[in-house]
Design a protein around this ligand. Structure first.
Ligand SMILES: [Zn+2]
Length: 342
């Protein structure tokens, strides 16, 4: 199986030209290019989204020079020669030649053969010496394959990749606030989906037959931000907790931004421990209420919904000292006393 996947991803032969034929479009030597084939396209497109990240975090190891493009691959530093010397790239008749093809031995003397389409002028001759200094004479082997080596450690791992792209600011994700061990995984997963606007609210259905109106309030279209941030019952929940924490809150544009903002606020110990649980408790409760109303015809009023949130907070805190000394009854009916005591 691994071998089949590898062949699919990386081609079955050493020939980069073969690979380009397999994947269509512009061909790269060591990473596959986009495909226009309809079969498996979405999976393939998803995989290819990581291509730039992989390129930026790998180092090219030149061996035979057969699998690397002289102009287009980044085998010298962080730029390819086509970008470094665009005028020469334009003049070259061999834009898709491998390093090996461009480098020849005439009477055992190694030399680059640029094969420009016209004679160079004086300025260009000066510039070409810069190019030659930069690339010097590579040590090409007769065996072995040109390869990509992962910059971060000896072997590639998802963890090192995640760290690398996080450090470079490609992705920043409040994972600490979402994958809280106190929160059940199904709830964390729900929150994680919300961060990507992926809860299946009506706006995501894009179904012309269904008119998108929020089933809970009929005042707006149902979307992730409406349901989980701005829907009036949800707002009541937010305001209850903001008030009890003496906070004024300005909602950010989406769920993920709010989670970030949320994580920067800290209170004393009990508040601090509760703080990380509140968004997930609110969202899980609202999502369940929405589904109960739609699919079961069951409605809870505002007070009952708030109690649901508190019950979740209480249950998620069992085994910790968050509510030490307090009964569920106190949590439900004397919330302010509870917070005021710490
Ligand atoms: Zn609504």
């Amino acid at each position: 199986m691994v071998s089949i996947v590898r062949k699919f991803l990386w081609g079955s032969t050493n020939s980069y030209k073969k690979r380009s034929w397999e994947f269509g479009g512009n061909f790269d030597a060591l990473t596959p290019s986009d495909s226009n084939k309809p079969i498996g396209k979405s999976l393939w497109t998803g995989i290819l989204k990581s291509k730039n990240t992989i390129q930026q975090n790998t180092i090219v190891q030149v061996q035979t020079g057969n699998n690397l493009y002289f102009w287009k691959d980044m085998w010298i530093g962080d730029l390819n020669l086509a970008d470094l010397f665009p005028a020469f790239f334009k003049l070259s008749r061999n834009k898709n030649d491998s390093i090996r093809d461009m480098f020849s031995f005439t009477d055992a003397i190694p030399a680059w053969n640029f094969n420009f389409s016209r004679t160079l002028n004086d300025n260009e001759v000066i510039l070409v010496t810069e190019l030659l200094q930069l690339i010097s004479n590579p040590v090409l082997t007769n065996s072995g394959e040109d390869s990509l080596t992962w910059r971060h450690g000896n072997t590639f791992s998802i963890k090192s990749c995640y760290n690398a792209i996080e450090e470079e600011g490609f992705i920043r994700f409040p994972h600490m606030n979402i994958w809280n061990p106190r929160i059940p995984q199904k709830v964390s997963f729900c929150t994680w989906c919300l961060c990507y606007n992926s809860a299946p609210t009506l706006d995501t259905l894009r179904n012309r037959i269904v008119i998108n109106g929020c089933i809970l309030c009929w005042k707006a279209a149902e979307s992730n931000t409406h349901l989980f941030l701005h829907y009036e019952e949800t707002m009541k929940l937010w305001h209850f907790f903001f008030n009890s924490f003496n906070l004024v809150w300005v909602f950010r544009e989406d769920v993920k931004a709010n989670i970030w903002e949320w994580s920067s606020k800290k209170g004393n110990s009990l508040k601090q421990r509760l703080w990380g649980l509140i968004p997930s408790a609110i969202w899980w409760t609202v999502w369940n209420e929405r589904n109960n109303r739609i699919f079961m015809g069951k409605f809870k009023n505002s007070d009952q919904i708030l109690q649901e949130v508190k019950i979740l907070l209480y249950h998620w805190s069992i085994g910790t000292n968050t509510f030490a000394g307090f009964t569920l009854n106190t949590v439900l009916h004397n919330w302010n006393v509870l917070l005021g005591s710490h």
